[in-house]
Structure formats: structure tokens, C-alpha cells
Design a protein around this ligand. Structure first.
Ligand SMILES: [Zn+2]
Length: 339
């Protein structure tokens, strides 16, 4: 077996709608024999694929947590074909605290896959998702946002696919989700490697996975929440799991490749000079860092080492050297056979 000591209050093989908690054993001063509750719901009805939907991987990313909870309330057994597993607060201690990483062990869940069955609480969650939940699933959706420090427009994230069949399935999910942007990972195992993320876990288990970045800045943006909820229902419908839903027309998705982040090289207050979606030229001044502690000092100018468009920007004004203030991306080049 998987070796996990996390137990589930719900039976993944049972038909119907269930909700309860995953119980993560946690022995501490105020509770010697206690467990950490990780909320989970499942709706299982007849023949169809299994979709694992998660949010709260980072605890300060809220749109997905709300959208998944709403699905858990609104969808009934008769609405669903197949099996839908919902985890609105997968790193529950982090989500409870409203912070990116777990206050118990400082664990960043999305950097800890494949996890460890006998490791820290966050490592145990990663292991449970990868070794218990992913093997149940055909598809998975992991919902993120810019968190407290960054702000993203609604953006789907996906790999390129390891086969023509997988690529087709990923593009179909992207079209169904119908967010304004898609960030297509080009892989390669380097800095942008997804191996330690839920996407890596899905890839290792042969699960078709997309992620999404949905706002951020420590708040909930109503328009983005609506796009998220619409997208999730459209995804369920596209997989044949929500047959009675009638999708409206698609708006279309602009596919991007990330080029890199622009970083602050001084401490101070960041003034963005570019908005999300705006074009950026190579070497262009894109922001200022002000020094109100030395009012006569000229602000530092931030130059972009990349050409492209602004995909995300920093939401917090205070910066120190090394903080990312923008992420720059460029349009995916159309494939050509003429080279
Ligand atoms: Zn995240």
C-alpha cells in the first residue's frame, strides 16, 4: 500500500455525494492524539472519468477555494457522471492561516511533491495527493492565484503534453476552461521545472492535469471568481461529467510562454509603470523603486531584461533586493514546418 498514515472519512468507491475530512495525525502540546482536518468532498455517479479538483495548495490563494466549495454545495449526485473529488483547502493549515506556506512546518506544498509518507505534515499531504488521490484520477485541476505578493489575470497553466493524445486532451481542457490567457510550459527540467509541483505529481501518475492562476493580491476579485466558476463547469461538461450544463460561447485564450521574472535590485517602494497585458520592450523602464526614507534620493529604475507582455505583477509595494516585480511572457510562436 501507499504507506500513508492519513485516513479518509469518505469512501472513494461509494456512490452518491459525501463530504468529510482527511485526517492527518498530528501530535502536539495541546492535542496529543489529534489530527489535522483537511476538508474533502466527492460526488460519484455511474460511468465516467474521475476528476480531482484542488485549491488551497497555497493558503493565501482564495478564488479556487471559494469556487470548489461552491461546487461542493451546488452539485448533486444526479448532475454528475463519473467521480468528482473536491479538495478546497488541500494544504489546510496554510489555508486556515491564510498564508502561502504551512505555519506548522513552513512547508510549501507545491515544492514538496512527491512528498514523504513519514515526513512533515506538508510532506505527508504531498505524498497522499500523489500516491493515493492521483492514482484514482484521470484528470486533475489545481487552482492557484498570485497569492499575497503577486497578481495574475485569469490564466490556465499546462504542459505541452508527452504524446499527441495528451496534447489534444490538454488543449481541450484549456478551451473548455476558456480563460483569457494560457501559460504553456516548455519543460526541460530547468528552473521552470514542474517536478516538485502538483503538475509533476499528475505527470508521474499519468493524470491529465491543468493548473490556473486566478487573481491574487490577497483578495478575491469578483470577475475572476465568476470566470473560475464558469470555467470549472465548462471543464466538467467537456469531460462528459456535467451533461445537462449548457456552455455559453467561448471567448478564446491567448497562449503564452513565460520568459522570466523581473526582480527588484534595491529595497524601497515599488511603483509599477506597466499594467498586466501591456507590451514591454527589451531594456524598457518598467518600474521605479522609491526611497521615502531618503526623500532627496532619486528612485531606482527597473529595466526589463525581456521583451514580451506583462503576465503578472507584484501586488505589494514594499520590495527588497531579489523580489520579483513582474513576470514577462511572449506569444507562443505558431508552429511552422518551413525551417
Ligand atoms: Zn499557488
Amino acid at each position: 500500500m501507499s504507506g500513508t498514515s492519513i485516513t479518509s472519512e469518505i469512501d472513494f468507491d461509494a456512490s452518491g455525494k459525501q463530504s468529510g475530512f482527511l485526517r492527518l495525525p498530528h501530535s502536539v502540546h495541546r492535542s496529543a492524539y489529534g489530527w489535522i482536518p483537511i476538508p474533502i468532498a466527492a460526488i460519484n455517479n455511474g460511468v465516467g472519468p474521475t476528476l480531482l479538483m484542488m485549491a488551497g495548495n497555497h493558503g493565501d490563494e482564495y478564488e479556487g477555494q471559494i469556487a470548489i466549495s461552491r461546487l461542493a454545495r451546488e452539485l448533486e449526485t444526479a448532475d454528475i457522471r463519473g467521480r468528482l473529488i473536491l479538495l478546497p483547502m488541500v494544504n489546510a493549515p496554510a489555508a486556515q492561516a491564510g498564508v502561502r506556506t504551512s505555519p506548522i512546518d513552513d512547508g510549501n506544498l507545491n515544492r514538496l511533491y512527491p512528498g514523504d509518507a513519514s515526513g512533515s505534515p506538508t510532506e505527508m499531504i504531498a505524498h497522499y495527493v500523489e500516491d493515493v488521490l492521483m492514482p484514482l484520477a484521470d484528470y486533475s485541476v489545481d487552482l492557484h492565484s498570485g497569492g499575497s505578493s503577486l497578481f495574475y489575470p485569469p490564466t490556465l497553466l499546462r504542459g505541452q503534453g508527452h504524446s499527441a493524445e495528451e496534447t489534444e486532451a490538454l488543449i481541450s481542457l484549456q478551451n473548455a476552461f476558456d480563460l483569457p490567457y494560457a501559460w504553456v510550459f516548455t519543460g526541460g527540467g530547468g528552473r521552470g521545472s514542474t517536478a516538485r509541483t502538483a503538475m509533476g505529481a499528475a505527470n508521474r501518475k499519468g493524470v491529465i492535469n491543468v493548473m490556473a492562476e486566478l487573481g491574487g493580491g490577497g483578495e478575491v476579485t469578483p470577475d475572476i471568481l465568476k470566470r473560475t466558476e464558469r470555467g470549472l463547469r465548462r471543464v466538467l461538461h467537456s469531460l462528459g461529467m456535467l451533461p445537462d450544463y449548457v456552455p455559453d460561447h467561448a471567448h478564446g485564450t491567448r497562449e503564452l510562454n513565460a520568459k522570466g521574472s523581473v526582480h527588484a535590485y534595491a529595497a524601497g517602494l515599488f511603483e509599477p509603470l506597466k499594467a498586466i497585458g501591456e507590451d514591454v520592450a527589451l531594456g524598457e523602464f518598467v518600474g521605479l523603486i522609491h526611497h521615502p526614507d531618503t526623500p532627496e534620493a532619486e528612485p531606482d529604475r527597473i529595466m526589463s531584461p525581456y521583451q514580451g507582455i506583462v503576465l503578472c505583477r507584484r501586488a505589494m509595494a514594499q520590495v527588497v533586493r531579489g523580489d520579483a516585480v513582474y513576470q514577462i511572457a511572449s506569444d507562443v510562436e505558431p508552429r511552422t514546418d518551413q525551417e
